[in-house]
Design a protein around this ligand. Structure first.
Ligand code: FE
Length: 290
């Protein structure tokens, strides 16, 4: 009888980069981990912003009323308070540990205002693209409270908050997504290892925000906070924490593989669709459904 070998390949590191200081909204100082230049590497993801600061002057100006169309914004607040309100009538507060998964679809106008917070305020906003067939879907929200996000222990060496996706059959609260996305917040104890299956063919990245660790098999390089790791393809990722432990976002998604026409907060497939969107904004005809 023959012996069949199933070799699961571990993803390597395609690129490591440091996030760069950027000013957004009405003057919020943040760090951009990736953006338009990385779309070809990270499709379906468009952008990741890391906002963390102990100085309210860096963030209280916030993101006053602005539009989105053709994409999703995923806001994950590690600590802090963000008030929001939008054209669908949705209004509320994102608190420490909460997630807001907003599908702009055909169009939404909203404002996102971080409130003064004692100590370090920290959060992330990820943009996920939508395929042509769903860019004009009705807007929808998933407001997820911290208590709804399961935390699982992985071999006692690591713990992971599952926002979307699954570990050992435990599923995150954000389901039925338009584009298949897994979103985890992983903490590994000092010098311990974590491995996790990631669907082959999906693009994957890790964004380190505490401590450091190695994300390649050779363990040649320690990746520290404020750095993005873009993985090569494969069946799983393996991460080893350094002596300080490491915490990172681990996000993967199925590529959409369509042309991207990007106009600030509006992301469509063609230049013409962008022109229509901006013309509609000017005429006050941007919002299709409330
Ligand atoms: Fe926004």
């Amino acid at each position: 009888m023959g012996v069949q070998l199933f070799v699961r390949s571990v993803r390597g590191v395609r690129r490591v980069s440091k996030s760069s200081p950027t000013i957004e909204g009405a003057g919020v100082r943040l760090k951009r981990a990736f953006g338009p230049a990385e779309v070809h590497l990270l499709d379906p993801f468009l952008l990741l912003d890391d906002f963390h600061s102990g100085d309210p002057d860096d963030y209280v100006a916030g993101f006053p009323w602005h539009p989105h169309r053709g994409m999703e914004t995923v806001t994950y607040l590690i600590r802090g308070v963000v008030e929001h309100e939008d054209s669908t009538g949705n209004k509320g507060v994102i608190n420490s540990g909460d997630v807001q998964w907003m599908t702009a679809g055909s169009g939404i106008l909203h404002h996102e205002m971080p409130k003064e917070y004692k100590g370090l305020m920290q959060g992330f906003q990820l943009w996920v693209n939508l395929p042509a067939s769903r860019k004009m879907m009705s807007p929808r929200y998933r407001d997820v409270k911290m208590e709804q996000i399961p935390v699982v222990s992985v071999n006692g060496d690591a713990k992971a908050k599952i926002i979307a996706g699954q570990i050992d059959g435990v599923k995150g609260p954000v389901k039925d997504l338009v584009v298949e996305v897994e979103y985890l917040d992983v903490s590994i104890l000092p010098n311990k290892e974590f491995k996790h299956s990631v669907t082959r063919g999906n693009n994957a990245f890790a964004y380190v925000f505490e401590g450091g660790g190695s994300f390649d098999q050779q363990r040649a390089n320690t990746v520290k906070a404020e750095h993005l790791v873009i993985f090569t393809d494969g069946d799983e990722v393996k991460v080893k924490a350094d002596e300080s432990g490491v915490r990172f976002l681990l996000v993967s998604g199925k590529p959409i593989a369509e042309p991207v026409a990007w106009g600030g907060p509006i992301v469509m497939n063609t230049r013409e669709e962008l022109d229509i969107a901006f013309a509609e904004l000017q005429k006050g005809e941007f919002i299709r459904s409330r």
